[in-house]
Design a protein around this ligand. Sequence first.
Ligand SMILES: [Ca+2]
Ligand SMILES: [Ca+2]
Ligand SMILES: [Ca+2]
Length: 543
Amino acid sequence: MRLRRLLPSLSLLPLLAIGCNDNTPTYPAIIIYGNQGDVTGSGNNTGSGNNTGSGNNTGSGNNTGSGNNTGSGGSGTSSGGASSGNDLYAHCNTFNGGDDPPVGKVAQCDLDGLTDGGELSGDITANKTLKTGTSYQLKGTVRVMPGVTLTIEPCVKILGLSPDSILAVTPGELGNPDRGCTYMTGKPGPGGKLVAEGEPMAPIVFTSAKPKGTRAAGDWGGVILMGNGLNNNASSANGVSGSRVLPEGLLNGTCFGWYNDDYNTESSGTLAYVRIEYASKKISADRETNGLTLGALGSGTVIHHVMVSNSADDCFEWFGGAVNADHLIALNCDDDGFDGDNGFSGKLQFLFGRQGPNTTEVDSRGFEIDGAPSEQTGNFTTEQVSNFTVCGGGPTDRDSSRDGAILRKDASVSLMNGIITGFAGSGLYVQSTNTSAANKSTMTDVDIFGNKAGIMTQIDVSTGVSEGAQRDWFLGQTGNSAADPDRFCNCWANPPAPVAAKAAVGGTPTGFDDESANYVGAFKDASAESNWMRGKWVDWSSN
Ligand SMILES: [Ca+2]
Ligand SMILES: [Ca+2]
Ligand SMILES: [Ca+2]
């Protein structure tokens, strides 16, 4: 069955709207923000100005004002040609055409018809496997203890019962995982592992136990993976004793991370074709679980094709560690899409992020990158990202605190081959109190366009660096642009088509998962084959 195949027929549109509309947000399909702070556009599909990204994703059933097959969408003054049936925008429909990915070992996976496997609760102290075709209720904090592997087969659902429901994979213990964050002697041994290898059409889904249509961000706690990799908050004065890090949102004393990179290559398991939705528990301000917390994971951990959606805090947050990941989707999380902190040094490739327009958090960003909680020379976060497309809340978003990417103190990162668009704040915000932060980070072959506040208007006045200087910093690097891509389609339809007619040529992502991906954005082109966001591991619902 083709779950999300687009139907180009005009006559089917009303039917499709009824069939698919129950979970689809009603984003207008036009980026209304012009470059350089043009905020005159407002409302649905009006005043779109020079934004060529007018939507024509007829499959989503909610962009009725913009469909290029209707000729009546009223895309305002858009120059995108959305109001006529011309084929300038045929590529937008093509992206979501084509077939679902082939099935793997699991011939059929009905995620709504799984067998009840009962409750998961307490500590998991011996290897355990959750079998294909089963769903489990996650009750309270469930810890995978040091040296123990929890294996989850494809086509399994984990249903979080309450905000206290958290799956936590512990790092290597120092005698006792409950001993607290300080230690007088010892080194971490092997940690717990989560091996959750789903398949494109038989994924592993962590979700709310509530019925569809009533689910909401924060229904349950989330997934916390902890390892022994470098974390800037861990410390040791003498290499013998020291302190580790308490994960945000987990009250018991399981602490993670290490003061150096001795364990940066370890493995905490595998996450593949996994979706985590409606999670996050708030204990206090800044003490929240995310959809997926990646605490100091080593590079032996395998993470690819993971979608985190509708979290009440960040979708993904890395606290140190060196794990790499690819093919990640961050959808509609209340805080950041991709948040990297405390010395994270992994490589991330093929990222698509989209915010909702109504987040309650201020400072909700596409990327948020921090080094350490206080200025500590040399404690840089050095993550590298290539091939990303991050979209803000779109035309109805009015919160100027929401930026595409913020580089905070001690960010020494590389962002390349990317697109940042549709944010109500700046496309890029260099906040560091260290005036050389901009020089420590690099951005190349990145296109920042269609954001309300332009490339960057928010700066930290304490830096003494002018907005113009930061803009120059961005535009002075190889391949960066503030121009609209050629006929960029639509981030806000469901499914989205965040692609241009043809991807711009970018840099070679040396050392990343796919070194051949020398193009700007998360997708090679607008062909169906380039759309890696397909299969049952992807769901654009929001309730
Ligand atoms: Ca967070
Ligand atoms: Ca955050
Ligand atoms: Ca944030």
